[in-house]
Design a protein around this ligand. Structure first.
Ligand code: NAP
Length: 248
């Protein structure tokens, strides 16, 4: 049987690019989504065209029951799980901290922190040798925001990515003897739909002059790093945060 990769938020952007690349590298793929069923179906088609068995499951990472059901569906369908990409994430309109309300804080933390933690928990419960699994890899999709802080835009979002970095380091040590490696990628400015949520038109182009390489990156480049971290080529790499940010 081929390897199986589960990607949260795999219908668009970095998650979709990761799914299609994984399919081409021999993985069967499960992607989750919340709203855009058409985009998710298109990713499944592209994975199938690359030779993979693929499935899209509607599952909100902010809902514990959805995440558990997503993992159950993956095991029911494929009988194994080898890699989990903790990718789903959101940001809100650019704002100063003194303008941010509790409702927004609750939502960003629920999706970006609680969702990522519950996803990682379910991954460990399925893949850890301590739980009878055969081991595997977890790749967290953090952000350069975790070390830049995102002033005047979304310190809340940046802080959730800081939490993801800390989880990466702690969990990597916690499960190091259980066959599971845990790493993170920290993308910089990548051309995806997420920037529209900030309300800043052409955000990537506007901020590109701040990037040493003077340009935004592509989702495919982030996907390549995720696939490497998940692969046996990175078998001695754990607890590492890899910046994919053009030097920013
Ligand atoms: P994107 O294009 O907006 O795609 C987001 C994906 O996440 C979509 O598939 C979306 O599904 C899904 N999603 C959103 N909320 C979800 C939820 N509650 N449960 C499950 N899935 C959910 O974003 P992206 O730029 O690819 O971002 C992916 C990850 O990279 C995020 O964690 C983001 O923070 C991180 N990142 C991105 C950049 C960048 O410049 N693009 C930089 C650093 C870090 P629907 O289609 O159903 O909405």
């Amino acid at each position: 049987m081929g390897r199986v990769m589960l990607i949260t938020g795999g219908s668009r952007g970095i998650g979709a690019a990761t799914a299609v690349l994984a399919a081409g590298r021999g993985y069967d793929v499960v992607v989750s989504f919340v709203r855009d069923a058409d985009a998710a179906a298109e990713v499944v088609e592209r994975c199938a065209a690359a030779g993979a068995d693929a499935e899209a499951v509607r599952a909100d990472v902010g809902e514990e029951a959805d995440v558990v059901a997503l993992f159950d569906e993956t095991i029911d369908r494929f009988g194994r799980l080898d890699a989990v990409v903790n990718n789903a994430g959101i940001l809100h309109t650019a704002a100063r901290l003194d303008e941010i309300g509790v409702e927004r804080l609750d939502e960003v933390c629920r999706v970006n922190i609680v969702g990522a933690f519950v996803t990682a928990r379910e991954a460990v419960r399925r893949m850890s040798t301590r739980h009878g699994g055969r081991g595997g890899a977890i790749v967290n999709v953090s952000s350069a925001a975790s070390y830049l802080g995102s002033p005047n835009e979304f310190i809340d979002y940046a802080a959730t990515k800081g939490a993801l970095d800390t989880m990466t380091i702690g969990l990597a040590k916690e499960v190091a003897t259980e066959g599971i490696r845990v790493n993170a990628v920290r993308p910089g400015l990548i051309h995806t739909d997420i920037h529209a949520s900030s309300g800043i038109v052409d955000r990537v182009e506007r901020l590109a002059p701040n990037v040493p390489m003077q340009r935004g990156g592509e989702a495919d480049g982030v996907a390549e790093t995720i696939l490497w971290l998940a692969s046996d080529a990175a078998s001695y790499v754990t607890g590492t945060l890899v910046n994919v940010s053009g030097g920013r």
